[in-house]
Design a protein around this ligand. Sequence first.
Ligand SMILES: Cc1ncc(C[n+]2csc(CCOP(=O)(O)OP(=O)(O)O)c2C)c(N)n1
Length: 272
Amino acid sequence: MDALTRKSFEVRRDIIEMIYHSKAGHVGGDLSVADILTVLYFQVMNVSPEKKDDPDRDRFLLSKGHCADALYCVLGEKGYYNVEEAIETFSQFESPFIGHPNTEVSGIEMNSGSLGHGISVGVGMALAAKMNGQNYRTYVVLGDGEMAEGSNYEGMMAAGHYHLDNLCATVDLNRLQISGTTEKVMDSSSLADKFRDFGWHVIEVEDGNDCGQLVEAYEKAKTLKGKPTAVIAHTVKGKGVSFMEDQASWHHGVMTEEQYEQAVKELEEVLR
Ligand SMILES: Cc1ncc(C[n+]2csc(CCOP(=O)(O)OP(=O)(O)O)c2C)c(N)n1
């Protein structure tokens, strides 16, 4: 197994621990986005704990903020803090590791949780880089259910208008949102056409849980000029834990002890 895939499974293992320990969190979306976050933090982005205040660091915004748990685990694995501390205190009184991303946590650039704001904030950051002659890139990660929020489309329009080729948005397209399929709750199909209509390049990733395919997409995105790039990553909600895969009920389910043990067993088999 390559190092990035291995890391994505270590992140999954942390997520299961964090969620079982706290009896909180959004496990389905965490597991679908685990590979995207791992690839961005461990391969693609110019970020590190040492550079956390460097004005030229790349910027990352988790627009689907309910998956803070996954982001906390990736940042911990990357060395921004001790991942064990995040796992043990997640969602507890006075812990900075609250249920949605907040800038009290080292490495986090934007508070989120109210869906639909990442692209607009990303437009501001990307535009600022252009105006100040800086070379950093801005990355935003969204959910496909989140694409029901109208504010996304205003942000997409502005990004196209200003030709922000230093902005890259990823949609974690797992086809499920909080209460069922996105098709049934609020149909956001033809996302690629929507991005293109607003003046974006689009790269579709057939298997958005495959680290190799994701790396290829992000490296290509870095070479595309004149327009922002949308990476549409086709993922599986709950990926890596068989009984959670493709089940909307695991959007924020709490595991029984038996289910926790089964999840750990499956992930450790991959890591062995
Ligand atoms: C503005 C706003 N409306 C509603 C919610 C409640 N909410 C939390 S997660 C979610 C579903 C998101 O679905 P998706 O973006 O597909 O997330 P994923 O499947 O990747 O976890 C909703 C509606 C919210 N957080 N913010």
